[in-house]
Design a protein. Sequence first.
Length: 270
Amino acid sequence: MKFEIVTIFPDFFRGPLDYGIVRRARETGLIEVSLQDLRNFTTDKHRTVDDRPFGGGEGMVLKPEPLFKCVESLGVADREERLSGRANETVILLSPQGRMFTQALARELASLERVVMICGRYEGVDERVAEALADREVSIGEYVLSGGELGAAIIVDTVTRLLPGALGNEASAQQESFTAGVKAGTEGPDSTCASGGLLDYPHYTRPAEFRGMAVPELLIGGNHEQIRKWRRRKALEKTLRNRPDLLDRETLSEADRKLLAELVTQKEKP
Ligand code: SAH
């Protein structure tokens, strides 16, 4: 899979993509990341990428010409082909005005062969880029960053670890927070505890007791069915506490609903 990142700060990516799973995926050729320095696509001697906003106002805006030239130089499929899904590629504009980046969108992107990402800076990007060059605007969260680079790095990281072969243990990606629609397996606790769209359950490792804090006894016991139930309960509990909105969109089993009702009653007790 290929990621192409359009930026005025290509050096920014030294570091974020050089560790762990992403580094290994690059080394083994599972992914390729190419950095495009936007200034190479300017024509004036000052290599100008920005200009003042029409209509007045604060700050500078990234000009359309270098961005169009840069993305077109990459040889991406026509925008119509991309939008219709006939081409296995997409061009993303990072923007706080975009659709929210979620695990579901990461999964969608992981099925593509090529993802081009345009990183804005300053006050933003000439709107014609969103209208006619990018296929979609994507936001990494409800806050304003000073540039799209961190967002692009986050997308590379999240998508890469979903690619088959990126993680040491394939099963673990199935069980994490936000991973919906995964059926419970029968091969012991590791694969029976699919997160099913909830937040992940708590994890513990050695030592069994640390500064007086003991690991839940049940996890040490090795009764897989009990462990599975406990993990589900804990996942529900944490989701209820930190992200109740996730419970609304998740289809819960009868057992889950019962557990949840118990948890809610417990919470309401003084
Ligand atoms: N004036 C704009 C913010 C510009 S921030 C507004 O109010 O919407 C400069 C650039 O940072 C943006 O063009 C975008 O590429 C990037 N950026 C900022 N916040 C972001 C976010 N939450 N998600 C993705 N990209 C973001």
